[in-house]
Design a protein around this ligand. Structure first.
Ligand code: SF4
Length: 377
């Protein structure tokens, strides 16, 4: 990788790793939550059909639409049916949206579709791919961001601008897009089977806009994101945020069906101020096959991104270590599950650091070893 990558990744490691260690030291209950969450997620994986059925019933009960997509094409067809000819769409950061190639497909149909996470927005206007699960633009230095914004958004911004001014410039642009949007499409950190709720954790506030301002909210995520209860879903948000270095998270969003009110005689009426439609699309795309295989524990991943910063191969190869958006140690496992891409596992140096820091105690080095020796031939 180039000099710019070395600068960017070293800054990210220095900024992130000590912060996560401090959060976990000062809040020891988070490791207990993580241990409990691992058991709950294992239960879901071992009984996936039952939990999908329960999630469907819960979403329908709350007035939402439920859809199960076999693969990427199926997921995109479902989205097309929901949105019809609506053109203005805002997206929140989601690996599954990249996995199914949603943005490029809908953009090719002439729709005005925008990433609203700052990092994802930069990746979009730079015609790039994300390099990290939670920090998609981690490969871009501040100077590079200034140049990209100058060329694509705002001539008053350049390499020497303050970070605050860069963020302000993007915010001004995105505000117009939120207000014009017909449809908000998000991923999910967790989906609770008992209530059919989608939980999304964030700091920017963009997801709050994406899920509330447009008339239609569609959440698209993998079947692996189901947890048994709403309490487990909140716990996942806390464990994910802490291990990502953001604790407490600025926002935890809950969407359980379309907006509603009970303010007149306590009779529930929908919609109220927020979206009139809510849809959950659960994507399989190879996950149920993986559950039955030696890759099963990979599906416990909560996308905290912590394993990246303990990985010498990621440090060296960056987003080439994996198949974007699934990069880094977890990305090697997920590239195998989703894209049947096994060869990148050869780049792993087996330092073992990823497995040591993983809050879900996924035996990442062992799984990568299996991919390396059994799948690459
Ligand atoms: S594999 Fe573990 S450390 Fe890596 S992103 Fe997933 S949960 Fe986090």
């Amino acid at each position: 990788m180039d000099y710019e990558w070395n600068v960017a990744i070293n800054k990210a490691i220095v900024n992130n790793a000590p912060k996560v260690e401090k959060i976990l030291r000062e809040n020891p209950y988070i490791n207990d939550l993580a241990a409990d969450l691992r058991e709950k997620k294992l239960d879901v994986l071992n009984n996936i059909d039952r939990y999908i059925k329960q999630t469907e019933e819960s979403v329908l009960r709350s007035g939402g639409g439920f859809h199960l997509a076999r693969d990427s094409n199926d997921a995109i067809d479902i989205v097309r049916k929901i949105i019809g000819d609506k053109k203005n769409i805002v997206l929140s950061k989601s690996n599954v949206l990249y996995e199914i190639k949603l943005r490029e497909t809908l953009a090719s149909e002439g729709r005005d579709i925008w990433e609203t996470d700052l990092g994802e927005y930069l990746v979009q206007i730079n015609n790039d791919m994300p390099s990290h699960l939670i920090a998609p633009a981690i490969h871009l230095t501040k100077e590079k961001v200034g140049k990209i914004l100058n060329e694509n958004l705002d001539k008053s911004i350049d390499e020497n601008s303050k970070t605050e001014d860069m963020v302000h410039s993007v915010r001004e642009f995105l505000m117009k897009k939120y207000l014009a949007a017909d449809v908000g499409i998000t991923g999910a950190n967790a989906v609770s089977a008992d209530s059919g709720s989608v939980i999304l954790v964030e700091n920017e506030g963009n997801i709050r806009m994406d899920t509330v301002l447009p008339g239609i909210h569609i959440a698209i995520t993998g079947i692996d994101k189901i947890v048994p209860t709403l309490k487990d879903a909140f716990n996942e948000a806390i464990v994910q945020a802490a291990n990502a270095g953001f604790y407490p998270p600025t926002y935890i969003n809950v969407s359980s069906g379309p907006s509603s009110t009970g303010d007149i005689e306590l009779k529930k009426v929908t919609p109220a101020t927020g979206p009139r439609e809510f849809h959950l699309i659960l994507v399989d795309n190879g996950r149920s096959d993986a559950i039955k295989s030696e890759l099963m524990e990979s599906l416990l991943c909560i996308r905290c991104g912590r394993c990246y910063f303990s990985c010498p191969a990621y440090r060296l190869y960056g987003k080439d270590f994996g198949t974007s958006p699934y990069t880094g140690p977890t990305g090697i496992m997920w590239s195998a599950i989703i894209f049947k891409e096994y060869d990148k596992s050869e780049m792993c140096m087996h330092s073992g650091g990823c497995g040591e820091v993983c809050p879900m105690k996924i035996p990442i080095p062992k799984i990568i070893e299996k991919i390396k020796f059994r799948y690459t031939g």
